[in-house]
Write a protein that binds this ligand. Sequence first.
Ligand code: FES
Length: 154
Amino acid sequence: MRLTVNGVEREFDADGRTLLVHAVRERAGLTGTHVGCLTGDCGACTVVLDGRTTKSCSVLALSADGGEVETVESLADGDALHPVQEAFWDEFAFQCGFCLPGMLLTAKELIESTPDPTDEQILAAINGNLCRCTGYNTIVAAVREAARRVREAG
Ligand code: FES
């Protein structure tokens, strides 16, 4: 099968049981995407598939054949963090970091569609991303701050 992952076209073998999360981690070697529950609940495996955030444990790799995937590794530009990453760092919005890849990609998607989100909109957007460390207040603050930085950057 073929996938474009973070702009790079890759070919690899997958059988009918290979999950997209395993293809991304084990075939493409991009381990920033985490494996949590494998039941579609936690959001740690979130990637962007054909432009939409997707829980990659809930997608068979073969069903994404020919598609485009963006992972958390696509966010930074070399040493320059994405504004969403910077805001999470500055607002202390993660502790263990396990949920972080999904939170970042979900936050980025929200800000692209809703440049000035309310706290309610932020909470609704991250509804499918579980964090066991922060209590969510710092995450909401980080997404709000990230949105402000993206708006300011134009
Ligand atoms: Fe996919 Fe938890 S590992 S939602």
